[in-house]
Design a protein around this ligand. Structure first.
Ligand code: BES
Ligand code: MN
Ligand code: ZN
Length: 500
């Protein structure tokens, strides 16, 4: 989809999209469209249930006297409740509607009503951001019936009085959309294609171009350094495990800013290992690298918009497979931190990967804080379902900032407790800890396990198992299985608090 920003002028061919607020109050462009079409909109309104509520639409095809192929009147709701998130949703809904109508081009002239809090250029930018997010598709493996999947809408003109300011506001969001699309692509890719080395290769190619320093540690190097927990997970796989370290230095040179750090679980396929998952539970486990995908997508977004921050992204990439050489339930592994772990269930592998990645990140970079993201437990899905990710933390300010960013972007998080009581659940009979809690509160005992690897660093853990992909109802801005969850949130958090 080609996006351009144009000043108001004669409306070109294609759809002319205009707005109305609650109570069917037509905004100026809608009034013009109505007049130009000899009152087509006011006539249509009389025989429609359209009231201008957010997301409502009224469509007039082939309006008489106009070059436009259709008029699309969209509801913005009450002026005071128009916000960035709502505009994104609206932009996505408009694109969906135009796709359904087979439209090829559109001019968006959706103005802000008086009394809304968003600034004008930002409003245009967020509307287009939503439109762009909706235009995502993962069709590369389809070879037949391609016409069913073709998105005809190829031209989107955004009509705004200040094109320069709108373009500038959109530039940053466009970078974020690129990051989200990368995260979605990685999650959607099948695991026979996207194994650890391929993931690492793609991260390196895409990020190096943008000025990110990317290092890849293979098995030999990790073995030398003592990544016993991470390597224990990849041991049964024919594919080589990888650790990818991405550094973006965007802060002004004068400020010797400590970096912030993001760590991601990258299990490219989770069969459960010797503690094999049943067939039903194994489906979708190509997405078990969504934490790593989010970190990689966020690094891309930050670099593409040249964020003034120093940030490191570290992802542990492995494949969890059974084999004669695989780690067994009852094995004891020595982690990079030196702590020993009794593996009682090889399907609780994500925490083993994160343990070593967290130790490495803290010891090498001494970050201001570290946030890890992982599709860590089925228990978090049972607890919070699909609407919230779980957050666990040793730092209240960090949690508040994550929650605020999530409210803004629509990626909501809910805090769950850490407590010495739960820590007792991972005591081992023979080692420093075991990798399962046993029985209840599985998302919490997993987080307690990670806490054992935190060395006085402010830390938050996001369990994203319920939000990283979607099987049921789709959100307007998320048209694919892989959601790209978290890229917007992390980007927002950086923008609000850590750029200088
Ligand atoms: N990757 C899974 C968690 C998961 C489950 C993510 C469902 C998304 C949807 C994780 O590695 C896992 O298998 N966790 C086990 C832990 C258990 C063995 C202690 C689980 O949740 O069942
Ligand atoms: Mn598992
Ligand atoms: Zn897993």
């Amino acid at each position: 989809m080609q996006i351009s920003f144009v000043a108001p002028s004669n409306i070109a061919a294609g759809a002319w999209v205009v707005g109305a607020t609650d109570g069917s109050v037509l905004l100026p462009a809608a009034v013009r469209a109505d007049k130009a079409s000899g009152g087509a909109l006011t006539r249509a309104l009389k025989s429609s249930s359209f009231t201008g509520k957010a997301g409502q639409m009224l469509e007039v095809l082939a309006p008489a006297g106009l070059a436009a192929s259709r008029l699309l009147l969209v509801g913005l709701g009450k002026p005071e409740s128009v916000d960035e998130k709502g505009l994104e949703t609206l932009g996505a809904q408009i694109v969906a509607r135009l796709y359904a109508g087979g439209e090829t081009a559109a001019s968006l002239e959706v103005e802000l009503p008086k009394g809304s809090k968003v600034k004008k250029p930002e409003a245009a930018a967020h509307l287009v951001f939503g439109a762009r997010l909706r235009s995502y598709a993962f069709d590369k493996y389809r070879t037949r019936n391609l016409d069913e999947y073709v998105k005809k809408l190829t031209t989107l003109r955004v009509v705004t009085s200040d094109t320069t300011a709108a373009k500038k506001a959109f530039a940053g969001l466009s970078a974020v959309a690129d990051g989200i699309f990368l995260a979605r692509d990685l999650v959607n890719e099948p695991p026979n294609i996207l194994h650890p080395e391929e993931f690492a290769r793609r991260a390196k190619t895409l990020l190096t171009k943008l000025g990110v320093k990317v290092e890849i540690l293979g098995e030999a190097e990790m073995k030398k350094q003592g990544f016993g927990a991470l390597l224990g997970v990849g041991k049964g796989s024919a594919r080589e495990s990888q650790l990818v370290v991405m550094q973006w230095h965007g802060a002004p040179k004068t400020k010797k800013a400590q970096p912030i750090a993001f760590v991601g679980k990258g299990v490219c396929f989770d069969s459960g290992g010797l503690s094999l998952k049943p067939g039903g539970g194994m489906m979708g486990m190509k997405g078990d690298m969504a934490g790593a995908a989010c970190v990689t997508g966020t690094m891309l977004a930050l670099a593409a918009r040249k964020a003034k921050v120093n940030v490191v992204g570290v992802i542990g990439l492995v494949e969890n497979m059974p084999s004669g050489d695989a780690t067994r339930p009852d094995d004891v592994l020595t982690s990079l931190s030196g702590q020993t772990i009794e593996v009682l269930n090889t399907d609780a592998e994500g925490r083993l990967v994160l343990a070593d990645a967290l130790t490495y990140t803290q010891r090498r970079f001494k970050p201001k804080f570290v946030i890890d993201l992982a599709t860590l437990t089925g228990a978090i899905v049972q607890t919070l379902g699909f609407e919230h990710a779980g957050v666990f933390s040793n730092d209240d300010q960090l949690v508040q900032r994550i929650q605020a960013a999530g409210r803004y972007t629509g990626e909501r998080v809910w805090q769950l407790p850490l407590d010495p009581f739960y820590d007792k659940m991972i005591r081992s009979k023979i080692a420093d800890m075991k990798n399962i809690g046993g029985g209840n509160s599985g998302a919490i005992s997993a987080a307690q396990f990670l806490l054992r690897f935190i060395e006085k660093t402010p830390w938050a853990h996001l369990d994203i198992a319920g939000v990283a992909w979607q099987d049921g109802e789709q959100k307007p801005t998320i048209p694919s299985w892989g959601t790209g969850w978290g890229v917007r949130l992390l980007n927002r958090m950086v923008k609000e608090h850590y750029e200088n």
